[in-house]
Write a protein that binds this ligand. Sequence first.
Ligand SMILES: O=C1C[C@@](O)(C(=O)O)C[C@@H](O)[C@@H]1O
Length: 413
Amino acid sequence: MDYNLERFRSAQQNYYQTALQEIKAGQKRSHWMWFIFPQIAGLGYSETARYYAIRDMDEAKAYMEDDMLGQNLVEISEALLETESSDAQEVMGWPDNLKLKSSMTLFALAKPECEVFQKVLDKFFHGEPDQKTVEILHDSSAIVYEQKVIGKRKDSSAMSNTVKIRNLILGEGIPKICVPVMGKERRKIACSARNAMEQGPDMIEWRVDYLDNIEDTENICDILRELRSCLGDTPLLATFRTKQEGGEKEISPEAYAHMYHVILKSNLADAIDAELYFDSETVSALIETAHRYGKKVILSSHDFQKTPPREELVNRLEKMQELGGDIAKVAVMPQSSADVLMLLAATEEARRKLQIPVITMSMGATGAVSRMLGEISGSALTFGMAGQASAPGQIPVEDLRGILQKIHFYSTK
Ligand SMILES: O=C1C[C@@](O)(C(=O)O)C[C@@H](O)[C@@H]1O
């Protein structure tokens, strides 16, 4: 079987020595993770991650049999055993600490007689393997997994366009109602959440970008704990909407990644919103991390000025699915009623073409009707307000619920 190991050999010719020197100096500094510590297919969604993914156990074995690749992996893994720090995040950075764990798990299983890989797991991860890698390898081959996880999305007949978050099923029946809660500080957020919960929403969105100090990660965890106890089993979506897409604050890719990592690690939110057009490496890594934590990702795109053409809207939603999003969302601003109808038509088309749930809305008063028509257009969820709106055109939850129920009643009679 030809596994095209040449892709690793040529990349390593240019980067291996740099990588080794960085590890010897105690810290990874540049970008080479994919082809120096490859991982099994099904974990990474970026183009680069997919290109360098190892297809199955046989490819991992062939990798180890290759003189150059096998020796380099052993050598750099041995260098890891020499680092002073045994904190994987300190040495590799995030999310490469997670990738190191999956790579070492893969090669420890592919070549158990080579003890260095297990030793790296012992030193950095208390000897624990990466569970996702083990699961993937337990299937007869990684290809089967790829077909199950990614490929099946291409086979629309095999999928039902639904996603389950806690006990909520998105993508069937009456569109679900999500209520955003906002506030600059903890007390205001908790108050806003209690108020929202009185309306019996299907989901709560915490708009993290409204928070005064997003660097204070302890505060973020305290707020999440408070929200969790207020929400009971209602799913919690955490969203940082960037200024470019209509949110409250600008944020660097590093801070965005760090904030979401804190949220995912806390295990208190059920899903995160990541913007399709934010830094692509950061977003791919976030999707991967969220999935490792068993959380869902809504990939989103917002245009507060206009409504792009139908084809572009559908393409955007398709791209979100391709990147590994669990749910695809676009919010756009209409300049006319025709724009609203176009958004609805694009939603209907995407709903047919995609294998994940789609959420769309046309904002402002002109677009308000789009927030009620999800059952017809195929939009799985709609944002309703309880008090303060987080975007123009949102309808109070009480009204929204009544309208959604009536539409359901008369369209399924
Ligand atoms: O993405 C969205 C949709 C939204 O912008 C709306 O138009 O309802 C409201 C936001 O809070 C949410 O994150």
